[in-house]
Design a binder for this molecule. Sequence first.
Ligand code: FAD
Ligand code: NAI
Length: 502
Amino acid sequence: IYQQSRLISSSEPIKAQVQPEVSSGSASFHKAPRIIHQGQSDKPTVAILGSGWGAISFLQHVDSTKYNVVLISPRNYFLFTPLLPSCPVGTVDEKSIMEPVVSFANKKKGDVTYYEAEATDINPNDKTVTIKSFSNINSISPDSVNVGLQANEVAQIKYDYLITAVGAEPNTFGIPGVEEHGCFLKEIPDSKKIRHKFIEAVEKANLLPKDDPERKRLLTLVVVGGGPTGVETAGELQDYIDQDLKTFMPNIVDEIQIVLIEALPVVLNMFETKLTSYAEKVLRETNIDLKTKTAVGKVESEYLIAKTKKDDGSIEETKIPYGVLVWATGNKPRSLITNLFKKIPEQNQANRGLIVNENLLVNGTNNIFAIGDNAFAKLPPTAQVAHQEAEYLSKVFSKISRIPNFHENLKSSTKPDVLFEENGIKPFKYIHLGSLAYLGAEKAIANITYGSRSFYSGGGIFTFFVWRVLYVSMILSFRSRFKVIADWTKIAFFGRDAFKEL
Ligand code: FAD
Ligand code: NAI
């Protein structure tokens, strides 16, 4: 049943209850937000925030017959981020890496309620999350039977356990001009924006004479940040230029220049030196202008200012005109999370994410768990980490549901760590399975491991196929796997289609 922003995965009757004393009448006239108690009272309510790697992996594995599961996210689909850099140029279609929340919820044995809403505040003292509906659909049913939200309605969801998995947001380090003029690559609309801006810049440049400096500016595409997002995006754009744009616009293609700027001396610094050197060689061979030891400090609408550290220690300042700017310098916590830092004394020192204990329980609480990029567990902010944390936590939830009185004991416990240990719940252990990155020109680098044991480390065309096989195997649904393979097959025969307006 899909009702408004609410989704129940089985044919069970609606069980969410609206606190009657809070309000009545049309939702749009509520003075105080409604408080919504979810589902059957004999089962604890687990509210999950997000629909990304952490949240959806947890949803997939949690035993929903033991809990009332509520998922809250403004994005009604899961996004397979590892292939997002392939989207702006159409190597992979955006829809191929999106999987609706409903597909995952429908596979659960118990009920799952989904709110297409943004969590705006977490209130640990009264165990509620304030949410604001993201849907612009209003219910036509009377308010008394409607447990979904009206457009823009604010409500509070009561929880017994909260799993925060809202990820992080792009970090601009406060550099002026980035928000206004740069494109990030974090979500689907970002991919569309890059494509639109890039093709528009090429079309505009095509109308200008060859020696016009404005033509050169428009055809300069700058990517800032030589981490995996920046490198993969630069590589994909260069592929599009070399393999497809060449046939559409042969007169202009040689003039397009991609510039990749990285503040550190090397790109992809999570890889060993042998692989980063190989990556730099491939990037330079494919005509990407790689500028390392160069930090961007200011962005204007048509140029940016970068400072390069020279070998003699001096600093050289350069003005780099650009037509399109992609900004990929890493992430910072969302305001929902930084606000929570202030509400929990044990989190006052937190800055990168919620500090969690070995069971992923947020320090200073006994009912909030954090997974993925919004957690600080001294691990890198990757899908791999978020996925493993979510799998672990779902097992913990299964286990504690079988221990008599565990929920009650945890509620009153002042030492939750001890309670977990006494009940034989093992700490989370991350097993690093390696890192992979696509470089462009059908070359990738990979370091495949199992914990501290390394199985493969290399770069090149063979690694590119390894990269493809492993990425397809990581996709969370068969439907998406099929679509991605179909996209790759399609471009092998017909090339990419990257229309500006799609
Ligand atoms: P996310 O997956 O970002 O999910 C966050 C969710 O929270 C989203 O659904 C969002 O809509 C939702 N949300 C946001 N705000 C709110 C709110 N206020 N209330 C409720 N919900 C909210 N990692 C790898 O391991 N391998 C890779 O190859 C790889 N490639 C990547 C490529 C790109 C382009 C990017 C950007 C990242 C890549 N990563 C990769 C990193 C990986 O995507 C993240 O580490 C991972 O997504 C973290 O999972 P998460 O669940 O914490 O956050
Ligand atoms: P990142 O944090 O890994 O890299 C950002 C880069 O930008 C850094 O190298 C930094 O030195 C540089 N930088 C910062 N400020 C700068 C400035 N002003 N000027 C120039 N350079 C500047 O960020 P990224 O690539 O977005 O990745 C985020 C997370 O997602 C990482 O944990 C990464 O491992 C993961 N990821 C993994 C992928 C993969 O495994 N293939 C692909 C994409 C992301």
